[in-house]
Design a protein around this ligand. Structure first.
Ligand code: AMP
Ligand code: ZN
Length: 487
């Protein structure tokens, strides 16, 4: 079965056929780096990661491009409100670029902890303003723009298919606006280039044919995807919130500039992660970060496991109970992997077999037995619009099936993990967890020894050290205290 994806453009499941055999150009909208990513944002990047890993497992050479928005994104996607970067910089008493740099690093720290593979190309908006200006010039030359009040606008009346992605009924739908831009001829028109009309205090400005100013938000994705993936490419992804404005505008800009349709063949949108209370939002504050989960004792991979338990196109409700469930399930998973590794005696024989496939599918012959059946069902689940819940179920089926030889189950599980990204090879190689009671006993003896030393009872202190040594526990003193290790 080929990969099938739900294409927002057309609202149907479609067989995936890349524009060029064997290769995939994929653009996923990246973060606006004015704050930490919240755990809802991370759902979007895990979705992109699963898509990329699935395509690679299927043998495609994937170029995954992600932008970093460090200029131009207003609090409303439709040109309304404050500039997110400028506001954050003012609140923190930093420059916009300092804020961008700090939160970009924090973002990649999060994605690394979540085992999200770094995109092939990561591109910053501020480093591509020249490309944006070049693209806007093309759009202008093709007659899709007008200037008003110092800004350059995209004129949607010149682009008849405007809104096709979102199935917008422009005549019917009243859009709710908190501010009215009198310059716009149509409320759906959007800014390509701002000069002085919006913010006099804009920190970052560039010279352009339309005056000194800065780009609208949407143009960066059209410009950068075009630069790295060409004028037309295969897949574009982002959160579901981007359908009616951001992605709708991206399509209008790109197709107006090149005249080529469709700009993007497949549109993949993830549904939202919601809290019990409702929507999670960066600008409204009070959002959960990955670090806040880690501070509560969860591992980043517990959250990844939690996300994989939901299909990317279904809304997912976050709760601590369900995160606990994911944590426990992942713990059972790694325990099971460890047990199988011990049974297969693999951990003692050097590097573990890492599955037969490096890039692309393992030949069926590699898993002649039942393991191959589970792996095939796993692949089928992913090919069916990236069904990670079913894929996880196949992994569990494989690991629980007593008929599958551990020496065959493990490599098959590692092959599955190329897509799931749960670090199962590490789990197999991990040392057995320390016995909690034993650890407490050692810590108590270390404290007793410290007290003895303080009371100058060196005979007792030395006695404790040597009795532990006999049991294979070595104490190491340093200026910051005493630590222990196994001999
Ligand atoms: P932003 O940094 O605000 O541009 O958002 C980054 C990505 O996260 C975009 O693809 C959004 O569509 C997506 N996103 C925002 N909120 C959520 C949420 N609660 N659940 C899932 N995805 C989200
Ligand atoms: Zn975008």
């Amino acid at each position: 079965m080929p990969l099938t994806l739900f294409n927002t453009l057309g609202r149907e499941i479609q067989a995936f056929e890349p524009r060029e055999a064997g290769k995939v150009g994929f653009y996923g909208c990246g973060p606006t780096v004015y704050n930490y990513a919240h755990i809802g944002n991370l759902r979007a990047y895990v979705t992109h990661d699963i898509l990329t890993r699935t395509l690679r497992r299927m043998g495609y050479e994937v170029t995954h491009v992600m932008n970093i928005t460090d200029v131009g994104h207003l609090s409303g996607d439709n040109d309304e409100g404050d500039d997110k970067m400028v506001k954050s910089a003012e609140e923190r008493g930093k420059s916009v670029l300092e804020v961008a740099d700090f939160y970009t690093k924090a973002f990649f720290n999060d994605t690394e902890r979540m085992n999200i593979i770094r995109p092939t190309v990561v591109c910053k908006a501020t480093e591509h303003v020249g490309d944006m200006i070049a693209l806007i010039k093309k759009i202008e030359a093709n007659g899709f723009t007008y200037s008003a009040g110092g800004n350059l606008y995209f004129d949607i009346s010149k682009f008849p298919s405007y809104g096709d992605l979102a199935l917008l009924r422009l005549d019917e739908k009243k859009i709710s606006r908190t501010e009215v831009d009198e310059n716009k001829r149509n409320p759906y028109d959007f800014v390509l280039w701002f000069t002085k009309s919006k913010f006099e205090n804009q920190a970052l400005v560039w010279d352009s044919p339309w005056g000194r100013g800065y780009p609208g938000w949407h143009i960066e994705c059209s410009a950068m995807s075009g630069k790295y993936l060409g004028e037309q490419f295969d897949i574009h992804a982002g959160g579901i919130d981007h359908v009616p404005i951001h992605h709708t505008n991206e399509i209008a800009q790109s197709e107006a500039a090149t005249g080529k349709k469709p700009w993007v063949k497949y549109w993949v949108h993830n549904e939202f992660l919601v809290l019990d209370k409702g929507k999670m939002s960066k600008s409204a504050g009070g959002f959960l970060t990955l670090q806040s989960l880690i501070d509560k004792g969860y591992d980043a991979l517990d959250y990844r496991y939690f996300l994989l338990g939901g299909h990317y196109r279904s809304q997912l409700q976050f709760s601590w109970d369900s995160l606990d469930g994911a944590k426990n399930a992942r713990r059972s998973l790694t325990d099971r992997i460890k047990t199988l590794a011990e049974k297969a005696n693999l951990s003692k024989t050097g590097p573990l077999p890492d599955g037969a496939a490096v890039d692309g599918k393992a030949p069926d012959a590699v898993y002649a037995g039942k393991a191959g059946t589970y792996l095939a069902a796993f692949d089928k689940a992913l090919e069916d619009d990236l069904s990670t819940p079913r894929a996880l179920a196949e992994l569990w089926g494989l690991l629980r099936d007593a008929e599958v030889n551990p020496a065959e189950a493990l490599p098959a599980a590692f092959d599955m993990d190329r897509v799931l990204g749960l670090n199962l090879v590490d789990a197999a190689q991990a040392k057995p967890a320390e016995d909690e009671a034993l650890v407490q006993k050692i810590e108590a003896l270390i404290a007793e020894r410290a007290a003895a030393k303080k009371a100058k009872d060196f005979a007792k202190a030395d006695g404790i050290r040597s009795s532990l040594k006999e049991k294979g526990i070595i104490l190491e003193d340093s200026p910051t205290g005493t630590t222990w290790r196994r001999n």
